[in-house]
Design a protein around this ligand. Structure first.
Ligand code: XMP
Length: 516
C-alpha cells in the first residue's frame, strides 16, 4: 500500500481517499508507528500528512528519518513537508506571516511534482512556520508570499514535498500533484479498481473461511448488501443471509431484497416474517427511546433464532457455522483505533450485541473501503442500483417516524405518503442532492380540513428533506416549491386520513434529522 501517516489532523482520511481516487491503494497509519513498523507493511510510497503542530512545539510528532533512507518514495504535505525539511537539514522558521485558505503559488521549476501545472495557481494553505531553505540535494519548485520554499523535490532519492494541501478541492491542481507523485515520482500504476478489489477480497474471504459456513444479516442497506454479495462471490452456497422483515420498512424495500437482490446475486436467503411480533411488542408504546430499545431487542432475538435454525439445519457440522458477515467500513475502522490489529470494532447497528453463546468470527470484506468505493464495488458485483444508491435509513425504520404509538394502520398510512414523496423527489432528479428525506406521521396530532363538501379531521405529514455530508450536521434542502406542491397535492388526495402536509425547515443542530 501507499501509507498515509496521520499526524492528527483531519486530513489523513482525505489524502487516503484522493490516493484511491487515483486508483492506487492506500492505508492510514498513526504517526506513532516506528519506521520499522511502517517498512514492515512493504509500502510502495509514504505520504506524511498535515498536522496541527509546529515542528518547534514541544511534543510535536516526530518523523523517524530512517523512512527517508529506506528507498521508499516519500511525499510530505504541510506539517509533513516541514518535518521532512527539518529532518534532512533544511531550515524551518516562524516568519510571522501566516497563510490560511486560498493562497497564490508561483511555480519556479515544474520538476516532476508540478509538471503540467500552471505557473501561478491557487492552493489551500494552513501554516505558521515555513521552510526557508531546502535541504541539500533538493530543487525548490514553488514559492508563495509566506513560504520561500513552498514545494521541493529530490528525484534521486525520490523525496517530494508541498507546503499546501493538495488533497482539498480548494487546491485547484491538487489531485494532479498527488498523481504526479504517485505515477511519476513513485512509478506506481493506476490499477486499484473495483474489479481488482473484488478479486483480492474474494481470495481473502476464501482463505479466511475455508469450508466453513457463513451467515449474514441483510438490512436492505448498501453496506450489508455489498458485503453479502462479495462473500457470495467468494464462497457461494456456504453463505446464508437472514432478512428480518420487521414490518417497519418502506414500500417495496422488502421485495427489493427478497427478489431483486437475490436474483442479481444468487444468495441463499432466509426471510423471517416478524411483522406481527414487532407490532405486538410495540403496542401501546409512544416513547422514542423505548421504541428503539424494543425494536433492537426483538431484532436480536429474531436474528438469533434464525441463526440457531441455520446451525441446526447444518446438523452434525454445526460447529462449522462459525462466521458472521459485517459491513464495517474503513472510516469506522480508522475511528475506532487506527485499523491496526484487533481494534475494537463498532458493532453493526442492526446486529449489534449478539449473545455470547453465538460466538462468531467476523468476516468484514468492506473493512478497507470508503462508502463511495463500496458503491463502486456493489455496482461491479451487479447489486441493484436501487440498493447501491439507497439513502441512509435508520435501523428502527418507520417505527421512529410515527410520532405516537406504532400500529399497522399508521404504518400503512406513512408508507403510502413516504412512497409518494420518494417518487416525486426522484422524478425531480433530487435523489443525489438530498441526503435523506424522512417522512413523518404526526399520529397524535389532528387538524381540521375541508375536502369535497365535507369537514375532515386528519393527521399531518411532515417532510424532512436534508442535505448533509455525514449526518453529523445537516441543513434542510431547498426543494423547489413546485416539487413540494406536487407532493402535497398527491399525499392529501391519495392518502386517507392525511389532510395536511408541512415542511420541516430546521437545520441540525438544533434539530436532529429524525423526529424521534
Ligand atoms: P439524527 O436523527 O440523530 O440521525 O440526526 C442521524 C442519522 O442516523 C440515522 N438514525 C439511526 N440509524 N438506528 C439507526 O440505524 C437509529 O436508531 C437511528 N436514529 C437515527 C438517521 O436516519 C440519520 O441518517
Amino acid at each position: 500500500p501507499v501509507l498515509v501517516v496521520d499526524f492528527g489532523a483531519q486530513y489523513a482520511q482525505l489524502i487516503a481517499r484522493r490516493v484511491r481516487e487515483a486508483k492506487v491503494y492506500s492505508e492510514i497509519v498513526p504517526h506513532t508507528f516506528s519506521a520499522e513498523q511502517m517498512l514492515a507493511k512493504d509500502p510502495v510510497a509514504i505520504i506524511l500528512s498535515g498536522g496541527p503542530s509546529s515542528v518547534y512545539e514541544e511534543g510535536a510528532p516526530f518523523v523517524d528519518p530512517a523512512i527517508f533512507t529506506a528507498g521508499v518514495p516519500v511525499l510530505g504535505i504541510c506539517y509533513g513537508f516541514q518535518a521532512m525539511a527539518r529532518a534532512l537539514g533544511g531550515d524551518v522558521a516562524r516568519t510571522g506571516l501566516r497563510e490560511y485558505g486560498g493562497t497564490a503559488i508561483d511555480v519556479c521549476e515544474s520538476g516532476v511534482l508540478l509538471s503540467g501545472s500552471p505557473q501561478t495557481q491557487k492552493a489551500w494553505m494552513s501554516h505558521g512556520d515555513s521552510v526557508q531553505r531546502a535541504p541539500e540535494g533538493f530543487t525548490v519548485l514553488a514559492t508563495s508570499l509566506g513560504a520561500p520554499v513552498a514545494a521541493f523535490e529530490d528525484t534521486d532519492r525520490r523525496l517530494f514535498g508541498v507546503q499546501w494541501h493538495p488533497e482539498v478541492r480548494h487546491s485547484a491542481h491538487g489531485q494532479a500533484v498527488l498523481e504526479r507523485f504517485l505515477y511519476d515520482g513513485a512509478g506506481l500504476a493506476p490499477d486499484w479498481t473495483p474489479g481488482n478489489v473484488i478479486a483480492d477480497q474474494v481470495e481473502a474471504i476464501r482463505a479466511q473461511v475455508g469450508d466453513a459456513r457463513v451467515i449474514c444479516g441483510l438490512s436492505g442497506g448498501v453496506d450489508s448488501s455489498v458485503a453479502a454479495a462479495l462473500v457470495q462471490r467468494a464462497v457461494g452456497d456456504q453463505l446464508t443471509c437472514v432478512f428480518v422483515d420487521h414490518g417497519l420498512l418502506r414500500s417495496g424495500e422488502a421485495e427489493q431484497v427478497e427478489e431483486e437482490f437475490v436474483a442479481s446475486t444468487g444468495v441463499n436467503l432466509v426471510v423471517v416474517d416478524a411483522q406481527q411480533r414487532f407490532l405486538d411488542a410495540l403496542a401501546g408504546v409512544s416513547d422514542p427511546e423505548t421504541k428503539r430499545k424494543i425494536i433492537g431487542r426483538e431484532f436480536i432475538r429474531v436474528f438469533e433464532q434464525a441463526a440457531r435454525d441455520i446451525v441446526a439445519a447444518a446438523g452434525a457440522h454445526q460447529e462449522e457455522v462459525k462466521f458472521l458477515v459485517q459491513g464495517t467500513l474503513y472510516p469506522d475502522v480508522v475511528e475506532s483505533g487506527g485499523g491496526e490489529g484487533a481494534a475494537n470494532i463498532k458493532s453493526h447497528h442492526n446486529v449489534g450485541g449478539l449473545p455470547d453463546d453465538l460466538a462468531f468470527d467476523l468476516v468484514e470484506p468492506l473493512r478497507t473501503l470508503f462508502k463511495d468505493e463500496v458503491r463502486a464495488v456493489g455496482l461491479e458485483l451487479g447489486v441493484p442500483e436501487g440498493i447501491v444508491w439507497r439513502q441512509p435509513f435508520p435501523g428502527p425504520g418507520l417505527g421512529i417516524r410515527i410520532v405516537g404509538e406504532v400500529t399497522k394502520e399508521r404504518l400503512d398510512t406513512l408508507r403510502a405518503a413516504d412512497l409518494i414523496a420518494r417518487e416525486e423527489l426522484t422524478k425531480a432528479g433530487l435523489d443525489r442532492e438530498i441526503w435523506q428525506c424522512p417522512v413523518v406521521l404526526l399520529a397524535d396530532v389532528r387538524s381540521v380540513g375541508v375536502q369535497g363538501d365535507g369537514r375532515t379531521y386528519g393527521h399531518p405529514i411532515v417532510l424532512r428533506p436534508v442535505s448533509s455530508e455525514d449526518a453529523m450536521t445537516a441543513d434542510w434542502t431547498r426543494v423547489p416549491y413546485e416539487v413540494l406542491a406536487d407532493i402535497s397535492t398527491r399525499i392529501t388526495n391519495e392518502v386517507a386520513d392525511v389532510n395536511r402536509v408541512v415542511l420541516d425547515v430546521t437545520s441540525k443542530p438544533p434539530g436532529t434529522i429524525e423526529w424521534e
